[in-house]
Design a protein around this ligand. Structure first.
Ligand SMILES: [Zn+2]
Length: 113
């Protein structure tokens, strides 16, 4: 009987298998329906963050996965809406920052040295 293995998707390597005990998982507070598992890809060593249901995480904990301590990036579980930010929107944002802080961009003769 081998170690319980978990199959996850690495963006670089595709499907990889890791022992459950190599995962660190935490369930989102509140409704506690979803959670996140962190692991290191055994092939490329990237740190992967994988969403999982609370039920799956309880099963993983029962098979050797550890708790994920510290700040868990649960915002990764939030659904995303709308289009990606465009380059024009970035430029508008920069221009509005310059309106707020004109001294940052204008190096005039009365600038502090
Ligand atoms: Zn990988």
């Amino acid at each position: 009987m081998g170690l319980p293995m978990v199959r996850v998707q690495c963006p670089a390597c595709g499907g990889v298998e890791v022992p459950a005990e190599h995962l660190e998982c935490e369930i989102e507070p509140g409704e506690a329906l979803m959670g996140i598992c962190e692991l290191v890809c055994p092939s490329c060593s990237w740190i992967l963050l994988v969403p999982a249901t609370a039920e799956e995480i309880r099963t993983l904990w029962g098979n050797g996965a550890r708790y994920l301590w510290g700040a868990t990036p649960f915002e990764l579980l939030e659904p995303r809406y709308g289009l990606p930010i465009s380059w024009d929107e970035v430029l508008d944002f920069v221009l509005s920052l310059e309106d707020l802080c004109p001294s940052q961009s204008a190096a005039g003769p009365d600038g502090v040295t």
